[in-house]
Design a protein around this ligand. Structure first.
Ligand code: ZN
Length: 476
């Protein structure tokens, strides 16, 4: 049962906003099938034109006022502010959505592209990831313009076309902004949609929202072993499977450094006053100085827990193996395996390739970095400046702990997944992946790319209020 609104406050702000209208516009957007790929050539780009037409019709003041540019199939809007001494702000989103897993179409209570709106929910693929935020950013901008608010700060809105695939749209826009010599005061992108129980960080009974300020890197490494196969009665020199297994075992045994990187120290600094579970409580008592002094012990503690260990080390997950024999008495021929790495900031894809090559030295194994998906870790954004402070101020107004009436903790954090935000890190030192459009825990558990993706109307409206307020607090 939906209940995420127990964390909401000030739902009466901007009461002249039309809930009916906003939900209908979101529903219509969700009915447009802007599905990615699987490749650029197989993407139906006409759906993106259809979505743009819907945006233009829905937000006439915004599109009337903004300079609108197309970068490939991505969209860039600039609403110029009156004070050129203020660095512009950037709201980003992606217009693409992931496909529905084949064979599960009928499992949806309402068709994935129906854009169905009922009394409680707006349904459809993209309702959480992230057509809601795309539309919400525009709803807020339109609201500001409808009320004749004068923008002192320039606002840019950049909407990527392929975040779920190649991120080429955001990459091109980021480069373009860099070429223009622009710098941004802050950027807001999608976060992880949920309110987290901070029990996992040793602060049970409390809740918070993550503001993701950096991303782990990503690398797939393929190992190949060549063999002519043959009858298994003479495996002289070992089979390709034996060699590949040895290689995988060596690579898996490598201990990557365990380290409490800066972002985790900031996270703990934020939570320290509420951390009561030992041994963490003792290690963080005294705030940042204690956290720095006990960093190694804290990192080891994180590393011993399933939900925290990915945040203190580079992870290595052998995931695919191909080419095994179909018969017990026949040796396999060529075999390959793929190993997926998630890189802690400080480790590069080149480091991973070097480490793997070292590990398999002496074995007849070919090593290859699959470049299409390879990404070094992102830069780490700051949390000590204007943008972060303002985001916390505004979020604190709208998201509170119902037990204590205190604002939810806004937790600086690192994420594993790649988002478009990292494509702007050269033009902005405050890239905040934060979603004010929150889902209930059961929605999150089903996965945002799962069946029956939907958002509650109240959560959608609350997200819009967050953006209106952010405009009010930082643009005017
Ligand atoms: Zn997304």
């Amino acid at each position: 049962m939906a209940q995420v609104w127990k964390f909401f406050s000030h739902e009466d702000d901007y009461s002249d906003m039309s809930e009916e209208g906003a939900c209908a516009r979101l529903g219509r957007a969700l009915s447009i099938k802007t599905v990615d790929g699987p490749t650029r050539d197989t993407t139906d780009w006409s759906t993106f034109d259809e979505l743009e037409a819907h945006l233009r019709a829905s937000f006439p003041l915004t599109f009337g006022r903004a300079a609108v540019e197309h970068v490939d199939h991505s969209l860039m809007l600039t609403i110029s502010g009156e004070d050129p001494s203020l660095l512009p702000a950037l709201f980003i989103a992606h217009m693409d959505v992931v496909p529905v897993v084949e064979g599960t179409e009928d499992d949806w209570e309402h068709d994935a592209f129906s854009g169905h709106v009922d009394d409680t929910y707006v349904w459809g693929r993209g309702a959480l990831d992230m057509t809601d935020q795309l539309m919400g950013e525009l709803e807020a901008t339109e609201y500001a313009l409808a009320h004749d608010w004068r923008f002192r700060r320039t606002l840019m809105l950049c909407f990527g076309q392929d975040e779920e695939m190649a991120q080429s749209g955001a990459r091109a826009m980021g480069r373009l902004l860099e070429e223009r010599g622009l710098r941004f005061e802050y950027l807001v992108d999608e976060g992880d949609y949920n309110i987290v129980d901070t029990g996992i960080y040793g602060a049970p009974g409390r809740f918070g929202m993550r503001v993701n300020l950096c991303e782990k890197g990503y690398a797939d490494v393929r190992l190949t072993v060549r063999s002519a196969g043959g009858h298994s009665s003479n495996p002289f020199g070992g089979t390709s499977l034996a060699t590949l297994s040895e290689a995988i075992a060596r690579i898996s045994r490598r201990e990557w450094p365990v380290e409490l990187i800066d972002i985790n120290r900031r996270m703990l600094e934020c939570l320290a006053p509420t951390i009561t579970a030992e041994p963490l409580a003792s290690l963080v008592r005294g705030g940042r100085a204690a956290i720095d002094a006990n960093a190694d012990a804290i990192a080891r503690e994180f590393a011993s827990r399933r939900e925290l260990y990915p945040f203190v080390t580079t992870t290595c997950a052998p995931t695919m193996i191909e080419g095994g024999s179909q018969q017990a008495n026949v040796m396999p021929q060529d075999m390959s395996a793929t190993i997926n790495f998630r890189l802690l900031p400080g480790v590069t894809t080149a480091d991973v390739l070097r480490a793997v090559s070292e590990d398999v030295a002496g074995l007849p194994v070919e090593v290859e970095l699959l470049n299409d998906a390879a990404n070094d870790p992102s830069a780490t954004s700051r949390s000590d400046g204007y943008g972060f402070r303002k985001l916390v101020d505004v979020a604190s107004r709208y998201f509170v702990d119902p037990q204590t009436d205190e604002p939810l903790a806004l937790i600086p954090a690192i994420v594993s997944g790649a988002t478009d935000a990292s494509m702007y890190e050269r033009v902005c030192d405050t890239c905040m992946r934060f979603s004010a459009f929150v889902a209930d825990a059961d929605e999150v558990a089903r996965g945002v790319h799962g069946t029956d993706e939907r958002i509650t109307r109240r959560a959608y409206l609350q997200g819009i209020r967050f953006f209106i307020r952010l405009i009010q607090e930082t643009m005017l």
